[in-house]
Design a protein around this ligand. Structure first.
Ligand code: ADP
Ligand code: MG
Length: 201
């Protein structure tokens, strides 16, 4: 069995994050939490590459469509599209335009519970309701109402994998194994060493 500290996640700074010169600010948030960057690159993804990314998980369309519909209902509003798959197809079209519009930064981060903690640091999908203190909550103004009215994807700066399985599939989609580096960080000792017996001389 893999050690907890070998868990990895994919984080992508979307074109709006690069354009708003938030690369350093965003990287800092994951780095200071204790995670180790094991891969990074800048690229302009194609629309096909983005469509493949969002269809790696066969359930993604259903859950994302349902999440949007539930959010409208929670706000006491009528969802503009009532079928989850139809809603998700609309979202994918917007995402293809959004994510191929300019350079993105793709990164792989490693550490215990990195998938779940990176999602917490990133914040909820819709910036209107993302927690203050999360990246999306601190730096973006956008909502499903705004994006749906304009027929575009919600601009929320970042992609972060939703589960460890999703992460492994997405990492394979974005990186070759040779682009990921295995190395030790000095701080790994403090985070993961059981005895803390290497500090005193
Ligand atoms: P997350 O990125 O938080 O994992 P999802 O996987 O559900 O969210 O959706 C992927 C991306 O699609 C979101 O980050 C956002 O950019 C966009 N998106 C999701 N729902 C909508 C929606 N209802 N309208 C427009 N764009 C959306
Ligand atoms: Mg997702």
């Amino acid at each position: 069995m893999k050690h907890f500290k070998e868990e990895r996640t994919l984080v992508v700074i979307k074109p709006d994050g690069v354009q708003r010169t938030l690369i350093g600010e965003i990287i800092k948030r994951y780095e200071r939490a204790g995670f180790k960057m094991v891969g990074i690159k800048m690229l302009v993804p194609t629309e096909d590459f983005i469509e493949q990314h969002y269809t790696l998980d066969p359930n993604w369309k259903k859950t994302t469509g349902e999440k949007t519909i539930a959010s409208y209902i929670k706000k006491g509003m009528e969802p503009p599209i009532k079928d989850p798959i139809e809603q998700a197809n609309f979202i994918v079209n917007g995402l293809k335009k959004y994510l191929s519009s300019g350079p993105v930064i793709a990164m792989v981060w490693q550490g215990s519970h990195v998938v779940q903690i990176a999602r917490k640091i990133t914040g909820g999908t819709e910036p209107l309701t993302s927690d203050v203190g999360s990246i999306r909550g601190d730096f973006v103004v956008d909502s499903y109402q705004m994006s749906d009215k304009d027929g575009r994807a919600v601009r929320n700066l970042i992609h972060a994998s939703g589960s460890p399985e999703e992460a492994e599939n997405e990492i394979k989609h974005w990186f070759k194994e040779s682009e990921l580096t295995k190395y030790r960080l000095v701080q790994d000792e403090i985070l993961y060493d059981v005895n803390l017996d290497g500090i005193l001389e």
